[in-house]
Design a protein. Structure first.
Length: 407
């Protein structure tokens, strides 16, 4: 492989299992996936896990170790035409007694027809599929395709794995940075691993930026904490706004506010804000929270959150971060009541159970003479006339005197 001009993260991609960091539950000695690789009996698979956890790398290693042709496609930019070309190539490989591994990155982005087109080629063994996704495959991948694949869950890399990866890149003279005189102490090394958030690619990008931005300062390159923080800002670590982490973070925010913990609530808010989440998405969730979890305990909460939404709409990022903070802390500190939420749930159950119960005659509108003759509106008591103390039933007959709210 020619390494000149390629990013460090690509140069340092391992080519054999023994050099693969992390995912011990999947590839350590005796594990099912490792046995399948070593026995050359690899099934079609879905690799589900966060970015930078090694999904693409492991797929490449599998292809190399099983002497299969490795064809990589992105679900974002490829379609049925590309798949047909892969199928033709796989047929040639089959005649040559060679296996074809098709790696589809972000496979969750393929639509129904594209996923269905894969099925016959997986079933007849023409193609071994390895699909990579950051999304929960049970939600994003159609069941006919999912049932024909083994799902392997990748975990975010541990800090110690990231540290080992960085150290290897610093020592490797062929593919890494071993030919340079680089000085880095354990504390900035640990910081680099922490800020990568379990993403090997991000860790190596931080390292590469820190080194490249420091080469002109002298023969010895000193990497300190300040340089690492600068590198992190420059490479822009992204927050996965469309993926599972997106929902995990908004769930954490919601539950922290519900638990009346303003500090945790602010933390989860900042995780989304600093990651570039749409402020109006956050504001909409706060509006919902104001009625679902605060509700009747503080009717001003809805006013606060609607105002926050409007303010975010007016000024956007970054100025609206403090507006969202005000609303989040207010909601976290509010007294809470889910009475409305629970009551509506019970009402919805009755609506589903009993269907379209008829409106009592005395509550019906009577705009025509015929409707009046049929008794529409008859005996209705006009509330102001009775000083709002009239006695009459407002529920359908089948739900007479039913109560959903506390007195």
């Amino acid at each position: 492989m020619e390494y000149a001009g390629k990013p460090l993260a690509l140069r340092m991609r391992p080519e054999k299992l023994d050099d693969f960091f992390g995912q011990e539950e999947l590839v350590s000695k005796g594990k099912l996936l490792r046995q399948a690789i070593e026995s050359d009996s690899v099934p079609s698979m879905i690799f589900w896990g966060p970015p930078g956890s090694g999904k693409t790398t492991l797929a490449y290693i599998i292809a190399k170790q099983t002497k299969s042709e490795f064809i990589k496609m992105s679900a974002v930019t490829s379609g049925l035409k590309d798949l047909r070309e892969v199928v033709e190539k796989a047929k040639i490989n089959e005649r040559l007694k060679r296996k074809t591994i098709l790696f589809i990155d972000e496979i969750h982005r393929w639509n129904k027809s594209q996923q269905d087109a894969l099925l016959p080629h997986i079933e007849n063994g023409l193609i071994i599929l390895i699909g990579a996704t950051t999304e929960n495959p049970s939600f994003e991948i159609r069941s006919p395709l999912l049932s024909r694949c083994r799902v392997f869950v990748f975990e975010r890399l541990k800090e110690e794995d990231i540290v080992k990866l960085i150290k290897r890149a610093l020592k490797d003279k062929e593919k890494g940075l071993g030919k340079l005189k680089i000085k880095i102490k354990s504390k900035p090394l640990s910081l680099m691993a922490q800020l990568s958030n379990g993403d090997a690619r991000v860790a190596l990008n931080i390292l590469e930026y820190a080194v490249l931005s420091n080469t002109s300062r002298g023969e010895e390159i000193i990497i300190n904490e300040g340089l690492i923080k600068e590198a992190v800002n420059k490479i822009n670590i992204l927050y996965d706004k469309g993926g599972e982490e997106h929902y995990n973070l908004i769930s954490a925010l919601h539950k922290s506010m519900r638990g009346s913990d303003p500090d945790a609530s602010l933390y989860w808010l900042a995780r989304m804000v600093e990651g570039g989440e749409d402020p109006l998405f956050i504001a909409r969730r706060l509006v919902r929270f104001a009625s679902e979890d605060v509700g009747l305990a503080n009717s001003r909460a809805l006013e606060q959150t609607v105002a926050a939404y409007q303010a975010c709409h007016f000024i956007g990022y970054p100025e609206c971060n403090v507006i969202l903070s005000q609303a989040v802390v207010y909601l976290a500190k509010c007294n809470k009541s889910n009475e409305l939420y629970e009551a509506y749930g019970k009402v919805a159950e009755d609506v589903e159970r009993h269907g379209n119960l008829p409106v009592p005659l005395h509550l019906r509108n009577a705009p025509t003479k015929l409707m009046k003759q049929l008794g529409y509106g008859k005996n209705y008591k006009y509330s102001p006339k009775y000083d709002y103390k009239e006695k009459q039933e407002y529920m359908p007959e089948k739900l007479k005197k039913k109560k959903y709210l506390k007195d």
